[in-house]
Design a protein around this ligand. Structure first.
Ligand SMILES: *Cc1c(COP(=O)(O)O)cnc(C)c1O
Length: 460
């Protein structure tokens, strides 16, 4: 299968080229040139384990590009790090089904994609005898999932910047207790924005970028979306084992990567009645699906920080389909948004968008109230991101079964849980033992030169 950019100037890329390029060279997002149709396989796939299903779905997209046995190994290796035999179990709570995506090494759903992406990077780099230096800035969650995805991988070094003293203690420990030789944690004496500005500056230093083969593992990498498509199928089969009827998915949403994977699953032929985009008070997507106005606003800090976004970096992929796969049309939309911070979609295109996606914006009070309600009624503790999805689901009819994606373990967001229930959530042993473990981190000044020096010193 070939891949192309939403902006039309990059085409005919293999899967490997797509994964290694990340963001398309023309500034667009990469996607497959066609979408495999799999309706005829549903009955058979419904009995597959998570890893078997991953293999079957990825083969549809990759065809012969990675040898069958190699791909199978990459997948098995990726999900062996999960602490649940099913990888992504579905539990029934009240009238809802909850797809638990937090059984990976960092207890958040990003592990599902990043464990796979880490193995894929290593596989491609070793094959070509190439090296990669992953450089990133994190305010918490993504950094630890990337570090766990890449720790110990050959031909890859990781420099992860976080704002010193400004990430939660658990998140900091999750990153700094990883002692593998290829992982470098840098605590920047500044804010997250300072850290991100330093990363940007180093990527813009083309000589430096080339010398050290700088790369990123951000949420727009196509391989991450591909890996996430799998659990929509897996969850569907748990709820509809005979493939008899369609379902609704409710998805806590920030950068639109997770729910976009659901959109692809639907396009492939999985019977999904609707996808609910659940946002917190940072509701640019909810406003879009309500009245067609995609207008940028300031970010407001919330109980669900991993969804605190100004714009959604993956949304361009959906807009591309909304623009009837015409790059010129998409480019003019993106240019308007770039220049004015506003994009307005009306008429038939808006109707199409609304037919695919429902949306709900959930307030801070509602988030806390639903965590309390689930604790009281069902003794089930929701993390604040999952809570947003569960609250949104309540607004939709129970005509079809509703599956809510649980994106983080509640122990990672103890303050919200304590505010809602009066008690700290149960801390899994792997998290509670972090405090006793050795950690390693270098504190650096918030300057481009200080970070550049660290990289040069480490890699020579
Ligand atoms: C990243 C994240 C989300 C949002 O996912 P997107 O793909 O960015 O929409 C939701 N919940 C948690 C816990 C996350 O880490």
């Amino acid at each position: 299968m070939q891949h192309k950019s939403t902006r039309g100037k990059v085409q005919n890329l293999s899967f490997e080229e797509t994964v290694m390029m990340g963001l398309a060279d023309d500034g667009g997002l990469l996607l497959p040139e066609s979408i495999p149709q799999v309706k005829d396989y549903l009955q058979e796939w419904s009995r597959y384990s998570f890893s078997e299903l991953s293999l079957a779905i990825m083969l549809q997209f990759l065809e012969e590009e990675i040898a069958h046995d190699d791909l199978k190994k990459l997948i098995q290796q990726s999900y062996a790090s999960f602490d649940h035999p099913e990888v992504a179990p579905v539990v029934s709570i009240g009238t809802l089904s909850i797809l638990e995506l937090f059984h990976g090494p960092t207890y958040a759903f990003k592990d599902v994609a990043l464990q796979f992406l880490g193995n894929l990077f290593e596989y491609f780099l070793q094959k070509r005898e190439r090296y990669l230096t992953v450089l990133g800035a994190t305010s918490g969650d993504t950094g630890s999932a990337a570090i766990y995805g890449l720790r110990g991988k050959k031909n890859v070094h990781v420099f992860m910047l976080h704002p010193s003293g400004r990430v939660s203690p658990i998140q900091e420990l999750q990153m700094t207790t990883v002692l593998d030789d290829n992982i470098y944690n840098l605590a920047v004496e500044g804010t997250f924005d300072d850290a991100q500005a330093i990363v940007k500056a180093l990527f813009n230093d083309l000589q430096f970028k080339q010398k050290y083969c700088l790369g990123a593992v951000n949420s727009i990498n196509w391989a991450r979306i591909l890996a996430q498509i799998v659990y929509y199928f897996y969850a569907y089969f748990r709820v509809q084992p005979e493939c008899q009827d369609s379902v609704i998915f409710s998805v806590p949403t920030g950068n639109f990567g997770d729910v976009l994977a659901g959109y692809y699953a639907k396009k492939m032929g999985l019977p999904i009645e609707q996808l609910i985009v659940a946002t917190n008070q940072n509701d640019i997507l909810h406003r879009f699906f309500t009245n067609g106005q995609y207008h940028k606003k300031q970010v407001i800090a919330s109980w669900s920080p991993s969804m605190d976004i100004q714009i959604s970096s993956n949304f361009e992929r959906f807009l591309y389909y909304l623009a009837d796969e015409q790059p010129e049309k998409l480019c003019s939309w993106m240019q308007t948004f770039q220049e004015t911070g506003k994009l307005d979609i009306q008429g038939s295109a808006l109707k199409v968008a609304q037919a695919e996606f429902g949306s709900v914006a959930v307030s801070e009070e509602e988030t806390i109230a639903i965590i309390r309600e689930y604790k009281d009624k069902y003794q089930y503790i929701l993390d604040p991101h999952t809570a947003v999805g569960v609250r949104a689901a309540q607004q939709y009819s129970a005509k079809n079964p509703v599956i809510c994606l649980a994106t983080a373990h509640p122990a990672k967001f103890a303050q919200a849980v304590k505010t809602a229930t009066g008690e700290e959530p149960f801390l899994p042993p792997a998290l509670s033992s972090l405090q006793k473990q050795e950690s390693r981190c270098r504190v650096v000044a918030a300057s481009v030169d200080a970070v550049r020096k660290e990289i040069v010193h480490a890699l020579g």
